[in-house]
Design a protein around this ligand. Structure first.
Ligand SMILES: Cc1cc2nc3c(=O)[nH]c(=O)nc-3n(C[C@H](O)[C@H](O)[C@H](O)COP(=O)(O)OP(=O)(O)OC[C@H]3O[C@@H](n4cnc5c(N)ncnc54)[C@H](O)[C@@H]3O)c2cc1C
Length: 381
């Protein structure tokens, strides 16, 4: 039987490991963190991601810890006028074969995936230092291991990608992002009652939605801004700093920012990675952000990592390793390159000079591009 090693127990690595276990494969999942955990932030699961969760047999568990929005608004930055309303409730789910649209806390999703792994698969405190094309892995604790297939699911700063595909030069995009989570009780009643929304304006964007049964509001804010390029997801910021960018927006936005707990606001500069020419070197391949880190404007980073996990697990179950890795790359690279490109373009469109136009004409977003219809669990391999 093939020995498969997965590096990184994030959303993509956990999905792959779980799918391989369920297919009766032998897999070891190495994670650098000594204790499993996730960022205090929200995540949106669109139907293409939900199909993978359902396929893993975790649909009921996921739905029990998610919020289903009836609609999602796109709003004018200054007036708050609703420019677009997208249905996200029962009709939306029915139109996508039962796979709906869910808001969920990242930590809850991560814990659910990790909790479904049988004992012995996950090895914590194992930070990969380097890997060679023959599948030999060396860890920072001095130990080593080998496998027939090694999958780098180790995120945007992937050690696997650096070892085999060269250290890339991420480019600052001129955008800085903030994230925060606010207890809903801390907000004015009128704001508590709003459906989830994306507020768009020139050079700025603010997205908000509920998680944890609606008890918390998660938000992410984006500003075109030069002069600061810190890359990490836990760099502290302040309410005052974020209000300098959004203080003059429709009252909903500053109200949410002002209610953020003092230690609960973080910022990071958005960097773009160029698509790789190839994902396979010998016995090693990449998955998720390690392969195709993207800007967040389509909310498809985790979704595409889950898709990768399902397709790669199916390929490794159906074919010998060398063929499996080639088929996997062929099936996944064009789609993820397209999503990378379109995410960047959508960010530019959202933050254009005339947000009111967004409601008027066609828009190339994750929905109109048809991304939600992809089924990684059934696509022919
Ligand atoms: C605030 C925020 C909101 C987001 N919202 C959404 C959203 O709504 N929808 C969506 O689809 N996407 C969203 N994304 C993007 C999404 O979270 C990522 O694209 C996704 O997590 C990528 O999954 P991954 O498994 O490839 O990497 P990660 O989830 O980053 O996991 C990588 C794992 O590898 C481990 N690791 C790293 N280096 C090593 C090493 N050397 N050795 C061993 N282990 C290692 C890390 O500790 C980590 O556990 C959001 C991202 C952020 C930051």
């Amino acid at each position: 039987m093939t020995d498969i090693a997965v590096i990184g127990a994030g959303m993509g690595g956990l999905t792959l490991a779980l799918a391989l276990v369920q297919a009766g494969q032998r897999v070891t999942l190495y994670e650098q963190a000594p204790v499993l955990g996730e960022l205090g932030a929200g995540i949106t699961l669109s139907p293409n991601a939900v199909r993978v969760i359902d396929w893993l047999g975790l649909g009921d568990a996921m739905r029990a810890i998610s919020v289903v929005p009836e609609v999602q608004w796109t709003q004018h930055w200054q007036t708050g006028d609703v420019l677009r309303q997208s249905g996200r409730g029962a009709d939306f789910a029915a139109a996508h074969g039962g796979a709906g649209y869910y808001h969920i806390h990242r930590a809850d999703l991560h814990a659910m995936l990790a909790g479904a792994l049988p004992p012995g698969v996950l090895q914590l405190g194992k930070a990969l230092a380097t890997v060679t094309t023959d599948g030999t892995m060396r860890f920072r604790d001095g130990s080593s291991a080998s496998a027939d297939v090694v999958v780098g699911a180790d995120g945007v700063k992937s050690a696997v990608r650096a070892a085999l595909f060269g250290a890339d030069q991420p480019q600052f995009t001129g955008q800085v992002a903030w994230r925060g989570i606010v207890p809903v009780d801390a907000l004015p009643t009128a704001v508590q009652a709003l459906p989830p929304g994306i507020h768009i304006g020139p050079q700025r964007l603010f997205m908000r939605y509920p998680v944890r049964g609606g008890r918390l509001i998660n938000y992410a804010a984006f500003v075109e801004l030069n002069g600061w390029e810190g890359e990490g997801w836990s760099i502290p910021s302040t309410i005052e700093e974020l209000l300098t960018h959004f203080g003059d927006w429709d009252a909903t936005v500053p109200a949410i920012i002002a209610a953020t707990p003092p230690s609960g606001l973080f910022k990071w500069a958005l960097h773009a990675r160029q698509p790789l020419a190839s994902w396979v070197q010998g016995r090693v391949t990449l998955l998720g952000d390690a392969a195709h880190a993207m800007l967040p404007f389509m909310g498809q980073g985790a979704a595409t990592a889950l898709e990768d996990g399902a397709v790669l697990a199916r390929c490794l179950t159906q074919y010998q390793p060398a063929t499996a890795l080639r088929v996997y790359e062929d099936l996944r690279r064009d789609r993820t390159t397209m999503v990378q490109t379109q995410s960047r373009l959508l960010g530019l469109q959202f933050q254009g000079e005339d947000p009111a136009k967004l409601g008027a004409g066609p828009i190339r977003n994750e929905e109109s591009l048809g991304l939600f219809h992809y089924d990684a669990t059934r696509t022919p391999i």
